[in-house]
Design a protein around this ligand. Structure first.
Ligand SMILES: NC(=O)c1ccc[n+]([C@@H]2O[C@H](COP(=O)([O-])OP(=O)(O)OC[C@H]3O[C@@H](n4cnc5c(N)ncnc54)[C@H](OP(=O)(O)O)[C@@H]3O)[C@@H](O)[C@H]2O)c1
Length: 204
């Protein structure tokens, strides 16, 4: 089984990639930093896992298409895509920068769209394949200073729901996993203050 995990060099993506690799899958690990991915692939090899480092930037459609071509050449068609790469910033609506809005949309919403479009034709042809979106409770719940991040995750939820409907009779599947904010993440967002009072808290 070939599993492509975006944002696999750290955090939740690395944990997902490790889980699949430990289970015997061939994992394609993507992210923007080749050195981080190479280190992960080397660590994985030492454990007897099969992890292929294929860097790409999900905000760059050409980079995604080139990476997809490389992984198909090296390992064959992708069976499972995990759209995990994501980024955020927590800022009051009125202070949110347009550049941050564009970056978050490009990474959290357009990125999964571009990656899914790369793998889906082959999945539909083979009548087999799964696309997983790593989503957030922010798609459906209110978090302070999270209007931009929440908008991208709500958009991702809507896109996933429509995709699931479209592919429901094709043998392919698409679903999302909504990750609750971790305790540490929540502390970072709220800075120990009550919900609704956080201002200019750090990004992660
Ligand atoms: N942590 C939480 O509490 C939490 C809660 C809910 C949802 N989530 C979601 O879970 C996912 C992973 O979050 P995390 O906490 O594990 O974040 P993280 O530790 O910051 O990891 C994000 C990963 O995405 C990669 N990435 C970022 N921008 C990219 C781009 N343009 N192209 C390719 N890769 C990119 C990063 O690698 P490079 O920088 O090397 O590219 C990094 O490996 C995200 O979608 C996030 O929204 C997290």
């Amino acid at each position: 089984m070939i599993v492509w995990v975006t944002g696999a060099g750290s955090g939740i993506g690395k944990a997902i990639a490790s889980h699949f690799a430990a289970g015997g899958a061939t994992v394609v690990a993507s992210g923007r930093h080749a050195d981080i991915l190479d280190t992960f692939a080397t660590e994985a090899r030492d454990k007897g896992w099969n992890v292929l480092a294929v860097p790409c930037d999900v905000t760059d459609a050409d980079s995604v298409r080139a990476a997809h071509a490389r992984m198909v050449d090296a390992s064959g068609p992708v069976d499972v895509l995990v759209n995990n790469a994501g980024t955020t910033v927590f800022t009051p609506f009125v202070k949110s920068a347009l550049a941050d809005f564009d970056r978050l949309v490009a990474t959290n919403l357009r990125g999964p769209f571009v990656c899914t479009q790369a793998v889906l034709p082959s999945m539909l042809e083979r009548r087999s394949g799964t696309v997983v979106m790593v989503n957030s409770m922010a798609a459906t719940h209110v978090f302070p200073d999270s209007s931009v991040y929440s908008a991208t995750k709500a958009g991702l939820k809507a896109m996933t729901d429509c995709l699931r409907f479209e592919v429901r009779k094709t043998g392919c599947a698409s679903f999302q996993a909504c990750i609750p904010a971790s305790h540490q993440h929540r502390e970072l967002i709220l800075g120990g203050r009550p919900i609704g009072s956080a201002r200019n808290t750090p990004t992660r």
